[in-house]
Every structure is written in C-alpha cells, then in structure tokens.
Design a protein around this ligand. Structure first.
Ligand code: PAP
Length: 346
C-alpha cells in the first residue's frame, strides 16, 4: 500500500485529498457523482463502479491505470482483497524474485529496513496521485521485472494485463478472518488518520455481508480470479492464506515454479526456501523496527497496522455463532458449483 512520496507535505496532501472526496478530479466529477454510493469506512462515501465498491480517490487511480498502465511480459502482479495477506505476499515474492541480488542471509536485506508495503507499490494507489507519471516505476528488482500489487478485481485490471504475458498471483483468505482483520484495520485508520471512533461491529458486519467493503463484494472479487486461474493456470496462481500458513515452504516452491524461477538443487540444499519463509514470517517481520515504529509512504500511517495477529481463526474471538453462520451461508451460496471452498475449520 504505497506510493513514492517526496516529503511529508505530499503525504498529508494526498491524505487530505483522499479524505475530502470533493477533491476528485474535475473530469470525473459527473461520472462519480452519479454512481450508487453509501457511507464509506474512512471517507464520507464509497462508490459502486461496475459492481465493486471504491473510495473515490482509488476509483480515480483505477480508471487512470486503465488508461495509462502498459503491462510488460515480465511484470508480476500481486492481487488481493484488503487484509487477505497482501503484506506477506509482497514480502515473499520480493524475497523470492530478488534472491540472487539480495541473499536472504544478508544483514542488509531490504526487507530488514523497508516495509513490504513500500517495497512493492500498489497500481491504483500509484495512479491516484494526480502528479504521478504515466509509467509505473521499476523498483529494486535489478531492472529485470516489475513487481506490482493491486486490490483491483480482475474485471477492472488495465486491458494490457490480459494482453501481455505478465503473471498474476492472487491470495484469498477466509472471509470471517478477513472481515475481523478489516474491521480492526479500519478502526485503527479512523483513529490515526481521521480522528473518528470505531465503527460499531454489527454495523460493519452488515456492510461486509452486503459486499460494501473496499473492492467488495468479496465473493465477486475472489470468483473473478478463481475462474481465471482455472481457465488460465499459467497466467493466474490462486492461493489461500490458511494453506500458506500451514505450508509456507511448499507455497514458496509453487510460486517459484509458477514464476519460472524454481529453486535449484543447490538452493534447496543451502536452505534458501526455509530462509525466505522465515524472513517473511509474521514473527520475523512484525519484530523489525521498521514495521514496529515506521510510517508508510502513502498515508504516513503506522506500519504496525499491517501486523496484528497473523493467525487463522481469530474470528472465533469476535463473531457470534449467528454471524459466523451467516457468513458461511453467504460463502456457500455464492461459491456453489464453482469449486472454490474454504475449509470449515478456518
Ligand atoms: P492490506 O491488504 O491492507 O495491504 P494485509 O497485509 O492483507 O493488508 O493485511 C494484514 C493482515 O495480514 C493482518 O491480519 P490480522 O489482522 O488477522 O492479524 C496481519 O497480521 C497479517 N499479516 C501481515 N504480515 C503477515 C505475515 N508475514 N504472515 C502472516 N500474516 C501476516
């Protein structure tokens, strides 16, 4: 979740624009105003554009990315719904694809001093800046490939993504934990950035179940990537947070094979796989100074907001039985016949 920033001043002006939605660019005013809307989680309103919910600033970024972003064959795009494991995925893919340049044993590894959120920029956040250049930058990757993150649904990705040979990795997470994580995160952002109190839990739950959360409905977002991964497995790798937690090394090997940079025998013997998964684990990243006390480039919010518990099943501490059943029923109904399932233990 980051866009390069020149100074704290540009941070605060971006934040100001984000929160004051009347600051959206003139050319979008008429089209945004006429969209269906409802009260936002951070901003006065969220808008429904082609079936998905956006804050106006990021809708602007999405539309601008559709006009200006040119995918390259070597791009790697990391896609998630918010709170499904974005930070972790960014760390893993960064460490994986730069492992020759930055051996994980190195004391100067970039992940030790930079938040994963700031190592890999988000597509629509980048284009949400009115003064951002048309070309998405290459960062820290030896100039060989671009690592790009996004929360956009498959349907709203820039056309060139589908036309190029670039690859996408999608991580989803069981909606009960995702909702709990999203509620905590939004409350933290409301306090830190906007000076607002918590959203009452039942109200938040109702919005989430109606699909009215950032980039939601979650079911349509997940299904778009799921179906594409079935049709086009060399283009989209579809992963689940819970399974990654259970077997991080196996998932790293899957990602490496998918990205056509498999681990060599020598690397396997040298323990590189375990080295990467340990470096990127919740325990390791959340204890780094940069992630404990640092601030993000985009909004200037605390990096520690991205490291809460990192556990599977925390929903049990928050949802009533009735709420859990309701979300399970939504999942069952929406995913029926698609083959996409979440283990009921999650
Ligand atoms: P984003 O989509 O807004 O960028 P994202 O990273 O997906 O955020 O969400 C943070 C969640 O991932 C938090 O989950 P929790 O609230 O249930 O605890 C966070 O703890 C978890 N997380 C962050 N880093 C890791 C990691 N290295 N391993 C596993 N989980 C992680």
């Amino acid at each position: 979740m980051a866009v390069p920033s020149d100074s704290n001043t540009s941070n605060s002006s971006f934040l100001h624009q984000f929160l004051q939605e009347s600051c959206y660019p003139e050319e979008l005013r008429d089209s945004i105003i006429s969209l269906p809307k409802e009260e936002g989680w951070l901003t006065p309103h969220m808008y429904n554009y082609r079936g998905f919910w956006f804050d106006s600033k990021f809708l602007y970024g999405a539309l601008r990315s559709q006009q200006q972003f040119q995918a390259q064959h070597s791009d790697i795009i990391l896609s998630t719904l918010p709170k499904c494991g974005t930070t972790w995925l960014k760390a893993l893919v960064f460490a994986l694809t730069t492992r020759k340049q930055f051996p994980v044993s190195q004391q100067t590894h970039p992940l030790l001093t930079t938040s994963p959120q700031d190592l890999i920029l988000n597509l629509e956040f980048f284009y949400a800046r009115e003064n951002s250049p048309p070309n998405f930058p290459t960062m820290n990757n030896n100039g060989v490939m671009r690592l790009i993150s996004t929360h956009l649904p498959l349907e709203l990705l820039p056309k060139s993504v589908g036309e190029s040979k670039c690859k996408l990795i999608y991580v989803c997470r069981n909606p009960k934990d995702t909702f709990v994580s999203f509620w905590h995160f939004m409350n933290k952002m409301r306090g830190e950035l906007v000076g607002l109190g918590e959203i009452p839990f039942p109200e938040a739950f109702d919005k989430y179940c109606r699909g009215a959360s950032h980039y939601g409905p979650f079911w349509d977002h997940m299904l778009g990537y799921w179906m594409e991964s079935l049709e086009n497995p060399s283009k989209v790798l579809f992963l689940k947070y819970e399974e990654m937690k259970k077997e991080p090394d196996a998932h790293l090997r899957r990602m490496a094979a998918f990205l056509e940079c498999p681990f060599s025998e020598e690397e396997e013997e040298g323990g590189v796989v375990g080295g990467i998964s340990r470096l990127c684990s919740f325990e390791s990243l959340s204890n780094l100074e940069v992630n404990k006390t640092g601030k993000g480039l985009l909004f200037g919010n605390s990096n520690n907001a991205y490291f809460r518990k990192g556990k599977v099943g925390d929903w049990r501490n928050h949802l009533t039985d009735e709420m859990a059943t309701k979300l399970d029923q939504i999942v069952e109904e929406k995913f029926k016949g698609t083959g996409l399932k979440f283990n009921s233990d999650y």
